[in-house]
Ligand binder design. Structure first.
Ligand code: FUC
Length: 773
């Protein structure tokens, strides 16, 4: 074995990682996102009247309310009994009365507002281009107007916690424009000096609103500071007028009085001061330094992973033209690797320090006051999918806001467990906000997913498996996982066959047809719950053993595992049975494919169980034959399923379908409307085709299609603390190296060859000889 250092020599010259367009964005869905994990901005790239729409991750309407139905405990047993006796509709009716959250809806994540840059007399525009370069995370707008070349650069700086806009023209003293900030509700903007705008606001809790206490909710502020080394800046009508400037830098930041540790707003926090401190620090740097600090922060993280899938360099075509071609059937492999890297870029932009909150349904980007699904945290697939690429795509630090958020939600989750089910531990249902909502929200037919907490724990466990970070496991993940298992242990009831089952529950948002023709969603022991419990308990047993924890408790988990209903194969269709009974499906092409959670992201369905593995294939074929995969996230999930089924051709078909049918021209995922989980699920799916490590071996190139004949990838992570680098030609691996970060032993599989490796920490191992490449 020879020791090596990592060098990535792309088969082709380094491919362009730039999105670009020849026209400004006409609508928000065409604008380009920048984000620093806390602040987000969507750049329209308009010439005369530029719009930069702004977000701050914690700017939410609503407040902290115990939304658990106070009548639940008195009625839960009756509802459970009705379900065990097949009286689903009756149970549903009672559940609507006694289990549905009170209030049943919470409010929305909101836009901060829009920054406007108004350049008078912008006529005769030519040579226009707007772009987003993923290598630098800088958006650009360039054009010529009236013979002058204008250049704008926009980025979200994490180190300086601000959005930075820089404007120049190629003739000194020729910049004349107005800067203004606008928000439609709950705020006022004032020019507090000749170069500074202050937005001050507080969300009104309207009595008519669901959480109507009529109080005053989240306080928030934003500051816009205009810095120009020439010309004049002057306050004018609550805006700033810039005249005769050669170069202008605009710093924008925002803050609220939200405190994650309280899952609530905290009046001890002075959001205006927060903004002032940030702006004071950032304005001490000249623009070039701000850029350098940003690049020094961003590049080392982004550059950890390089992917080259071969294919022609079509970057001379604008991204919207390439997307149109792909929709018409063109194969554009470089666009696929651009899409992969874009997912990484978006996760960095919506889930890392200085942010404290995880990426929501739209990451951090939202231009509305009432967003679709409130741009919230749906916990019955969506937020979990957001974090599927985090570790495999070498962005482990993006998991921190997720882990902290889940940890904090244990507090209200314990209340939900005891007040709704009389159970220990913690739980949460299918959707929450930033104020700790844990009740069954939106409707019994949407929200009756009492094991959403368990699913969240699978992401926490996987983060440990990738990083092999024992401190994180001991202090962060295991306590949360253990308490979720404690909930399950005290929530399970016995059914007529003596099995331990969850009730009430559902296969997320899907409807079955009862033998009497009635339809319903709620039932007991849907297959997803069995797979979730098997996965969590397996994780707790492994973690508990590693941490030498509580053998009594662990024994209880092992016993329960023997009493769960089996995962069944439908006698009607040969597919994995979605429910405890072999019910007909009301919607065979349903977007949720929850009964395959055991295939991905979990691995209780795997090649060592050939019957279930085959049934999983049939399940997907049946879903797709009936129009399945019709939302961006659902299609993204299917890519991961086919990667786990080791079917590279089908996985690739679905990658292309994701781009063709569910991706906007700015490469954001389209549910429709814009929903970011598909971006993250798609990125994770492409990685899953290249390397897998969920079983007790690392598999190289498990599911690549013939179309990816030549390629190269470096920086993908594998469980056990490993980093992989590979090169392949004519579909065959020709070079493979592994960096051991933690010095763990591992098994590596390529094709029919499996090798074992004893490693030392921080050593890289060349595998070509051992794998007989
Ligand atoms: C945010 C929403 O989450 C679940 O309810 C999904 O079923 C929907 O398709 C949507 O993605």
């Amino acid at each position: 074995i020879v020791f090596l250092t990592f060098v990535f020599i792309g088969a082709n010259a380094q491919q362009s990682l730039k999105l670009w367009y020849k026209k400004p964005a006409g609508i928000w869905n065409d604008a380009l996102p920048v984000g620093n994990g806390r602040l987000g901005a969507m750049v329209f790239g308009k010439t005369g009247s530029e719009i930069i729409q702004l977000n701050e991750e914690s700017l939410w309407a609503g407040n902290q309310t115990n939304d658990n139905n106070p009548q639940a405990l008195a009625h839960i047993k009756e509802i459970q009994q009705l379900l065990l006796n097949g009286k689903n509709n009756e149970a549903h009716e009672l559940a609507t009365k006694y289990l549905l959250a009170t209030p049943p809806n919470f409010r929305s994540y909101q836009t901060l507002g829009n920054l406007h840059l108004d350049f008078a007399n912008t006529t005769d525009v030519k040579d226009y281009q707007r772009s987003l370069d993923l290598e630098t995370a800088i958006a650009g707008v360039n054009y010529n107007s009236n013979g002058l070349n204008y250049k704008r650069e926009i980025f979200a700086s994490a180190p300086d916690n601000a959005i930075v806009v820089h404007i120049t023209a190629d003739k000194p003293k020729s910049l004349n424009f107005k800067v203004s900030l606008a928000r439609e509700q709950d705020a006022a903007v004032n020019a507090v000096s000749d170069n500074t705008l202050l937005l001050s606001g507080q969300i009104m809790d309207l009595p008519s609103d669901d959480e109507g206490k009529g109080g005053m909710d989240m306080k928030f502020n934003a500051i816009v500071k205009v810095i120009s080394n020439s010309g004049k800046t002057e306050a004018a009508n609550n805006g700033i007028m810039i005249t005769d400037a050669s170069e202008v830098t605009i710093l924008i930041t925002a803050a609220t009085d939200y405190n994650l540790n309280k899952l609530n707003f905290d009046r001890a926090i002075d959001s205006k001061k927060t903004c002032e401190d940030i702006i004071a620090k950032a304005s001490a740097y000249k623009y070039e330094t701000l850029v350098q600090r940003h690049l020094n922060d961003y590049k080392p993280i982004f550059n950890r992973v390089k992917l080259d899938l071969g294919g022609d360099d079509l970057s001379n075509l604008s991204t919207d033209v390439r997307m149109d071609n792909v929709r018409k059937g063109t194969v554009d492999k470089q666009l696929t690797s651009l899409y992969f890297q874009y997912g990484r870029y978006l996760l960095m932009g919506s889930s890392r320090f200085p942010g404290v909150l995880p990426a929501n349904l739209q990451g951090v980007w939202n231009d509305l006051y009432q967003a679709p699904w409130k741009s919230d945290y749906h916990t019955n697939i969506n937020i979990q999918m957001n974090y599927w690429p985090a570790d495999v795509a070498n962005l482990s630090e993006t998991m921190i806001p997720f882990a902290n958020f889940v940890d904090q939600n244990r507090v209200p989750g314990r209340v939900a467990a005891s007040e709704t089910y009389g159970a220990k531990g913690w739980t949460i249902h299918h959707a929450t906000d930033i104020f700790g909502k844990t009740g069954i929200q939106s409707g019994i037919h949407w929200g009756t997913s009492p094991l959403a907490s368990v699913w969240l724990c699978l992401n926490l466990w996987d983060h440990y498996r990738f990083t092999a970070d024992m401190d994180y496991l001991r202090d962060k993940a295991y306590p949360v996982m253990k308490e979720a298992a404690e909930f399950v242990q005290s929530f399970l009831i016995k059914d007529k066959n003596g099995y331990l089952v969850t009730a009430p529950s559902m296969s997320p948002e899907n409807t079955f047809i009862l033998p009497n023709g009635q339809q319903d969603q709620i039932t007991y022991a849907p297959t997803i719950d069995i797979e979730l419990i098997q996965s969590l308990y397996d994780a707790c047993l492994k973690a508990g053993k590693l941490l030498n924890d509580d053998p009594e408790f662990l024994r209880g988990l092992s016993q329960t595992l023997t009493k769960l209903p089996p995962i069944q194969i439908s006698k009607r269709t040969g597919t994995i049975q979605e429910w405890i009974e072999d019910y007909e499906e009301a919607e065979p092409g349903h977007r949720h494919i929850s009964h395959l959670l055991g295939l991905y992201p979990a691995e209780v369905i795997n090649p060592s169980k050939p019957e279930l593995f085959e049934a999983a294939k049939k399940t997907l074929e049946r879903r797709l034959a009936n129009g399945g995969g019709h939302t961006g996230w659902s299609r993204a999930w299917i890519i991961n399923f086919y990667a786990r089924l080791l079917d590279g051709e089908k996985a690739w078909q679905n990658v292309q379908a994701l781009l063709q049918k569910s991706t906007l021209n700015n490469l954001l995922d389209n549910h429709p409307p814009f929903q970011i989980d598909g971006n993250f699920g798609g990125t994770a799916g492409i990685a899953e085709m290249l390397v897998q490590s969920q079983n007790d071996y690392i598999e190289l190139l498990p599911a690549i299609p013939a179309a990816w004949s030549n390629g190269e990838v470096s920086g993908l992570l594998a469980r056990g603390g490993f980093e992989i680098k590979m090169k392949w030609e004519a579909g065959k691996l020709i070079n493979a190296e592994i960096l051991s970060k933690k010095g763990n032993d591992c098994k590596i599989k390529y094709g029919n060859t499996t090798i074992s490796l004893k490693t030392k920490a921080n050593q890289t191992y060349q595998l070509n000889k051992k794998l007989k490449l």
